[in-house]
Design a protein around this ligand. Structure first.
Ligand SMILES: *[C@@H]1O[C@H](CO)[C@@H](O)[C@H](O)[C@H]1NC(C)=O
Ligand SMILES: *[C@@H]1O[C@H](CO)[C@@H](O)[C@H](O)[C@H]1NC(C)=O
Ligand SMILES: *[C@@H]1O[C@H](CO)[C@@H](O)[C@H](O)[C@H]1NC(C)=O
Ligand SMILES: *[C@@H]1O[C@H](CO)[C@@H](O)[C@H](O)[C@H]1NC(C)=O
Ligand SMILES: *[C@@H]1O[C@H](CO)[C@@H](O)[C@H](O)[C@H]1NC(C)=O
Ligand SMILES: *[C@@H]1O[C@H](CO)[C@@H](O)[C@H](O)[C@H]1NC(C)=O
Ligand SMILES: *[C@@H]1O[C@H](CO)[C@@H](O)[C@H](O)[C@H]1NC(C)=O
Length: 831
């Protein structure tokens, strides 16, 4: 009964009912044979009835040969009832099973030797085959073992044959259809000694034997816990260095996603536990891997390895980037589960590999932090591992599946409609991934990777491949230069109808490059060299950095006295256009927080990341752009400056930036620090909360400047009175309180009193957590007990009597900058 219950709860989250039904239909096992061998009664184990093979004489499954049934005269009571009997074969014999649905099947053979008067099963020696394919040869066992094989059955009968050397035995047999898409025939990452290739053979046409099935970070899972009655064992014994890992677990059920893993791929419990890097409250400069060694059978070299992931360690999206190594080869670089699971946290995903261990006798799996990770705490996780031996690997012959397709389609008429819908969904997934993949290409550096497709995680796998690490685009990795002719082509000769923005210096066009990448093309007024420094700044800055939350530069053009910058296209335009103004649908509080967290992460990366300290100088809501998934990216680096060197505290420079966002200290003293960006970001935070421009000259004098006005309300503790009416009732008080405090600190008069961008980021993640999970809140401080953070202690309060400079706000708009430079083209207005 328990299994039925699990079954009915397939996909409890998010999925439309159509897909729910179709998934359920997949899992109704067309073939399901459970045999208790040598038994005259039925045996129930884990709610499954194993039929005694003597219960229906005449209709016996046994097709040929000589056999006897044997009972264990001294069966221990603590052993499974299935093992109290056995069938013993003295000549070649077979069980025959009718196959209702051809396709991938699981075969489980139970062996538990015992001694009777006539036979000592411990000394038996025999071979087993399935439809003539060898499963076990010259096999014998002293112990109870369960052998699991996964095999394609494309005949109407399946024969399991026993070929004794002396005699053969078997205690129980399970044969059942694998769920649909258990294996997806798509090219798979192929890890060979010293490198990675593409494995193009169909996995489903191979015979697989399960070697390891590991619930990483969790307990042993019995068949009772698994919809496919698998046993998952803990990983501890395989850890090379136990102290490198620390268990993560959650009590929340995983967020199963269309396009990700399903409960048949692995049960909830596998995804609800993981091992993560054992780093505590220290911002670690230490980098290390967690490594597991999984021993293999003697002489076995080719293995199918399925790794299971579910980000149960991050507080918000895009915190976790890590590398996966197999046999010391980079098997998956910069794995970004947020992106792969379509921006849903704690969403199960799996990735398949084929590994040639070349007689090393082990598959070595490591996970370790990625350079891409800018999170305060670098981390890496693993939730589950399955390793299967690819037996007698043979290059498969195509075309054996036609029959099964017809048989399968036949009986389900309504299924057609479902199938179409599923296909459509799959196509959407496919497109989506393709797009994502393209974006990733930009800025990838040549690391000697061969082009590979990414797959796995997908119940619609064949349709959802995408290019993760594509070959260099038409313009190469390093040369970002794009020929003028290509840009003309992309923008249809700068067609006016493609203009998506304009500024003091020129136009922004939507364009489509030859490889179908959508781009934003920013074109300076032809012939004018005004803005050349900004143009060059943007190229130097952007070509150096690559970050999920920074808009990437696709290329540039400097031909025919043109200055053209080409960026990744940001489908949803500027943050500002989603807050107020014409034609907008209000964002939820959660969306707004995630957007702020993303932008903060981008800015934090600019300040501290590998590129070097970069100050953006023009943070505002029009420079925070959103992609099709509302992932925020910081744009417009034309004004950015390299930050102060170690022995300086600031950069002296002419005041540039945008009114309403301008750091008063910078304005007064013309000294630029990264805290100027923090100030501007604080204004953005209030803008997001209140949904009004940073400067609105139409309003009464005390309301004109959002930063000052909101700060007054925040200090009075009445911030909730000025929030965006669309957010009313959505924000938990603790979340609002923390958010207000964070913005307030950003707007401190003196840079020294403002938090670092890293602190802001952490506080915003905390705000999100308070919103999501009230129970973590401790009543007095609002601090989260379980969050670890390097920056202990709160940022100091405002110094008493700090004064505020008067700003010239007569200018009247919140967008006009003090300088009319290239970067002031508003890339996003008018979208
Ligand atoms: C065993 O189960 C099968 C199928 O449910 C049934 O037909 C048969 O009568 C049962 N045999 C015994 C001995 O209970
Ligand atoms: C059953 O009990 C015996 C003796 O108490 C013990 O040696 C054996 O390991 C147990 N077997 C199982 C499967 O628990
Ligand atoms: C079974 O017999 C073969 C030779 O007849 C031998 O090579 C093999 O090791 C034996 N297997 C076992 C498990 O004893
Ligand atoms: C797994 O199933 C067993 C019963 O066989 C049960 O006692 C145990 O609580 C289950 N474990 C989990 C993690 O659900
Ligand atoms: C980290 O946490 C441990 C206890 O969990 C504590 O003893 C130690 O002082 C903390 N270290 C820092 C740097 O906060
Ligand atoms: C992790 O393991 C890989 C492969 O063995 C190695 O190349 C890499 O340097 C390791 N990373 C760290 C941080 O130790
Ligand atoms: C893999 O299977 C697909 C259909 O499932 C078939 O079209 C293709 O030819 C097969 N490829 C190989 C190499 O067998």
């Amino acid at each position: 009964m328990e299994n039925k219950k699990v079954f009915l709860h397939l996909f409890p989250f998010t999925l439309p009912i159509i897909i729910h039904l179709s998934a359920a239909a997949d899992f109704a096992l067309q073939d399901n044979y459970l045999v208790s061998c040598g038994a005259s009664t039925n045996t129930t184990v884990d709610n499954r009835v194993f039929l005694g093979d003597l219960t229906k004489p005449g209709s016996a499954l046994l097709s040929q040969g000589k056999s006897i049934s044997l009972a264990n005269p001294s069966h221990p009571s603590n052993s499974s009832a299935l093992y109290s009997t056995a069938r013993v074969f003295t000549s070649t014999s077979s069980y025959a099973f009718d196959i209702k649905k051809t396709g991938t099947h699981l075969i489980r053979l139970h062996f538990s030797p015992f001694s009777s008067q006539k036979y000592d099963l411990h000394v038996s020696n025999f071979s087993v085959s399935a439809n003539g394919v060898s499963l076990l040869s010259n096999f014998g066992t002293q112990f109870t073992v369960l052998k699991e094989f996964i095999i394609m059955v494309d005949t109407v009968e399946l024969h399991i044959s026993f070929m004794p050397n002396n005699f053969a035995f078997i205690n129980a047999i399970e044969i059942f259809s694998a769920p649909k898409n258990f294996f997806v025939d798509a090219p798979t990452r192929f890890i060979v000694p010293n490198g990675i290739k593409e494995f193009t053979q169909n996995i489903s046409s191979q015979v697989l034997e399960t070697v390891h099935r590991i619930n990483v970070g969790g307990q042993k899972l019995t068949p009772f816990n698994d919809t496919l009655w698998r046993t998952w064992v803990p990983d501890e014994d395989f850890l090379v260095l136990k102290s490198a890992a620390k268990i993560a677990s959650t009590t929340h059920l995983p967020n199963y996603q269309e396009g990700g893993a399903t409960r048949e791929i692995a049960p909830d419990n596998v995804y609800m536990t993981a091992q993560q890097m054992n780093i505590d409250n220290v911002t670690s400069i230490f980098e290390f891997n967690i490594t597991w060694n999984f021993p293999l059978g003697r002489g076995d070299s080719l293995h199918f390895v399925r790794l299971h992931f579910c980000d149960i360690v991050s507080l918000s999206l895009n915190q976790l980037y890590f590398n996966v190594y197999i046999n010391e080869v980079v098997a998956y670089k910069d794995l970004d589960l947020s992106a792969l699971t379509f921006h849903v946290l704690a969403s199960p995903y799996y990735i398949d590999f084929v590994v040639d261990s070349s007689n090393s006798g082990v598959v070595k799996v490591s996970v370790g932090p990625s350079d891409l990770s800018t999170s305060l705490k670098k981390n890496a996780i693993l939730n589950g591992v399955e390793i299967m031996n690819i037996k007698n690997f043979v290059a498969s012959q195509a075309g054996s599946n036609k029959k099964s397709l017809w048989i399968w389609l036949g009986p389900v008429i309504g299924g057609c409609v479902l199938l179409c819908l599923v296909l459509l969904a799959g196509l959407a997934v496919f497109r989506h991934r393709k797009r994502k993949a393209k974006v990733k290409r930009v800025g990838s550096t040549g690391t000697g990777w061969t082009p590979l497709r990414v797959y796995g995680g997908s119940s619609l796998g064949v349709l959802s491949e995408g290019t993760a690490l594509a070959s260099p685009g038409p313009y190469g990795y390093l040369g970002l230069k794009i020929p003028y002719a290509d840009i003309q082509l992309a923008t249809n000769h700068f067609d006016k109808s493609l203009i998506i923005g304009s500024g003091g210096f020129g136009m922004v066009y939507k364009g489509i490059l030859g490889d179908n990448t959508k781009v934003a093309v920013k074109r300076g007024v032809p012939g004018s060299r005004q803005g050349l420094p900004e143009f060059q700044t943007e190229i130097t800055v952007l070509s150096k950095i690559r970050h999920l939350h920074l808009v990437s530069l696709v290329g540039y053009c400097e031909e025919q006295s043109e200055m053209i910058l080409v960026y990744e296209y940001m489908e949803k335009g500027a943050l500002k256009s989603h807050l107020y103004g014409p034609r907008f649908t209000p964002l939820s509080w959660r969306q707004r927080l995630e957007i702020c967290i993303g932008a903060a992460r981008g800015i934090h990366y600019l300040h501290t990341g590998s590129a070097q300290g970069i100050i953006h100088r023009d943070i505002k809501s029009t420079n925070i752009l959103l992609d099709e998934n509302y992932v925020s990216k910081v744009a417009d680096f034309g004004l950015s400056r390299s930050g102060p060197c170690l022995n300086e505290t600031h950069v002296s420079t002419g005041v540039k930036g945008s009114f309403g966002y301008l750091d008063p200290e910078y304005f007064r003293r013309q000294q630029l620090t990264d805290k100027s960006d923090v100030y501007s970001f604080g204004v953005v935070l209030f803008e997001v909360l209140c949904a009004r421009p940073a400067v609105d000259p139409v309003l009464s004098r005390e309301q004109v400047n959002l930063g000052e006005w909101a700060l007054e309300w925040q200090k009075k503790g009445l911030l909730e009175q000025i929030i965006d009416p669309h957010l009313r009732g959505q924000i938990r008080p603790s979340s609002l309180k923390k958010f207000g405090e964070t913005a307030e600190k950003c707007l401190a008069d003196y840079g020294i009193d403002r938090p670092s961008m890293g602190d802001v980021l952490w506080n915003l993640e905390h705000v999100l957590q308070l919103q999501e999970n009230e129970t973590l809140e401790s009543p007095d401080t609002g601090e989260v007990a379980t969050v670890e953070h390097p920056a202990r202690g709160e940022v100091p309060q405002f110094p008493p009597g700090s004064s505020r400079v008067e700003r010239d706000i007569s200018d009247g708009t919140s967008n006009i900058s003090t300088s009319k430079v290239f970067s002031q083209l508003i890339t996003s207005e008018g979208r």
